[in-house]
Design a protein around this ligand. Sequence first.
Ligand SMILES: [Zn+2]
Length: 294
Amino acid sequence: MSGRTQPVDLAATAVPLGVDWIHGSPSAKHNTDPDIQVHAYDEHTFVLRQNMAVDYEAPFLYLLFGADRALLLDTGATESAAFFPLRRVVDELIAARLHADPVAAQRGCPLLVLHTHAHGDHVAGDAQFADRPDTTVVGADLPTAWAYFGFDEDADRIAEVDLGGRVVDCLATPGHHAAAVTFYDRSTGLLFTGDTVYPGRLYVEDWAAFRRTVDRLLAFAATHPVAHVLGCHIEMTREPGVDYPVRTSYQPQEPALEMTVGQLHDLRRAIEEVGDRPGRHAFADFVICKQDAD
Ligand SMILES: [Zn+2]
């Protein structure tokens, strides 16, 4: 956990994740992928993907370790531990960490569970952690999450979650969902945008809020080095402007999960271009699905 005072230029030094993500199979029944794929971004940072045959949403989840505790962002699309053994996988990652670090082993590793937003495919696994010792699950619903982050008092504040030598900034970013939160890990420069920004269909339930959110993310990115923008799904193909149909459970031509601040700027321009028109608007790297009509 060293070297996390003012990173030099994380964006300039960021390398592609370079992961072959599990992406479903022609026959979901005959899928041989793991229930959950685990990618170590670095030794303190893990990206998890849910098996697409278990749930077509195949969301990404994130597990970050600090010196004092671990933070899990989201709990996936499936409640059943038999089909989606998230708690077991998280337990194994925590156990491996404690095994490798005698000091941490003595102290233990409490787990904090937060969410990018309250849609079902991001909170379904919460119950697996309900009786887990040394664990705090903060509800994703608006009243609970907003009170936890202090957004009920001041929606413009940046809440800080300290994992021990690793601070995660939390911003209220409504638009896709009223209780959407974006997380920024200062140590890696990773910006976790949930379903607000990802290479897929950006469903917008509140257009004005979404526009403000993207403005805010751009302002934030102008003053904080962003290595990667990491959302929670992939729905695009590698062909610009073409997404996989909803409920697809086989996506052999997925683009990378990670996006750039440049693509955030693209999104801002796309929002201007969409203007007042409701409905579906395809752009090269994402599709805006404007659900309201204001
Ligand atoms: Zn969502």
